[in-house]
Design a protein around this ligand. Structure first.
Ligand code: NAD
Length: 283
């Protein structure tokens, strides 16, 4: 059976390293990095996500600069708020928690965020910097995938990497992150003709789809590394996009859900906030 990748343990190590690096940064510059979270409205899931991010900031020595705006806030008020954060030197990173209420234009609001403060890596400028391989802020979840692979010394150079899913948040950024490591990258999506046949080529298979247990044992090459980004809430609990019980018999390394990629996202958000603070000082 496959070796399990312990995302909680790797995330904890990343968080400890970020905390140590933040302490050095603060001692050297006299400035504490700060993350400005923006929560709009009262969606309970979003409130929990933001609370977790804020707690993680405090634990890492990052200033917790939070704003909670009412669900009926106008687009203009939110634009003004983001512009104020862009101009505030105490603010290293800006995180607009999505989704925002339907009367707001989420795309326009995200694009307003200064690229050097875009800790979610979601703006067009951040996507362009990633595609061109120049310094910038990378989306947290795909960076967390690379971090897990590196932690387990998974060889990427020359490897066949297959990504299932092409979202702007996960699948597409992973294309570039894996290309930069000299993997041979294939992307599958909902129109892919024979998904198991393509996926079976993979030395490294990443599933980011949102379909419970889409990836079965027939889609996995023996010994492959399987990274499951999917988080699907079923009555039985959280399950990934990979049929874990079947695939673990075939794979060499595999992430569980929960406890795999999930915990990495916040850890990389903290690292991005420190990176943002450095970018703003030209470091
Ligand atoms: P998305 O819905 O934006 O994109 C899904 C992608 O999967 C699309 O590109 C689509 O073409 C592809 N797809 C859909 N059905 C398919 C099929 N039957 N076969 C092959 N491809 C198919 O999703 P997303 O934002 O990338 O998220 C994917 C999953 O990852 C979700 O379960 C989400 O909850 C999870 N997720 C987890 C984290 C985390 O761990 N922190 C972060 C982001 C997303």
């Amino acid at each position: 059976a496959a070796t399990l990748i312990d995302g909680r343990a790797v995330a904890q190590r990343v968080r400890e390293q970020v905390a140590a690096d933040v302490a050095v940064f603060t001692a050297e510059t006299g400035d504490q990095p700060g993350l400005a979270t923006v929560l709009v409205g009262d969606d309970p899931a979003s409130a929990v996500y933001v609370a977790n991010k804020r707690r993680a900031c405090v634990a890492a020595g990052i200033a917790d600069l939070h704003a909670h705006l009412p669900a009926d806030v106008s687009q203009d008020e939110l634009v003004a708020h983001i512009q104020k954060l862009n101009a505030d030197p105490q603010v290293s990173g800006i995180l607009l928690q999505l989704p925002v209420p339907a009367h707001l234009d989420a795309n326009l609001l995200v694009e307003l965020i200064s690229p050097d403060k875009d800790v979610d890596g979601l703006t067009a400028v951040s996507a362009g910097r990633l595609a061109q391989g120049v310094p910038g802020l990378r989306p947290c979840t795909p960076s967390g995938v690379i971090e897990l692979l590196d932690h387990h010394d998974v060889e990427l150079q020359g490897a066949e990497a297959v990504i299932v899913g092409r979202s702007d948040l996960v699948g597409k950024p992973l294309i570039h992150l894996l290309l930069q490591r000299n993997a041979t990258v294939t992307v599958c999506h909902s129109r892919t003709r024979d998904l198991p046949a393509v996926a079976r080529r993979a030395d490294v298979l990443v599933a980011a789809v949102g379909v419970p247990r889409l990836i079965g044992a027939d889609a996995v090459k023996p010994g492959a590394t399987v990274i499951d980004v999917g988080i699907n809430r079923l009555e039985e609990g959280l399950v990934g996009d990979v049929d874990f019980d079947a695939v673990r018999e075939v794979a060499g390394l595999i992430t569980p859900v929960p406890g795999g990629v999930g915990p990495m996202t916040i850890a990389l958000l903290l690292r991005n906030t420190l990176t943002a603070a450095r970018l703003q000082r030209g470091l």
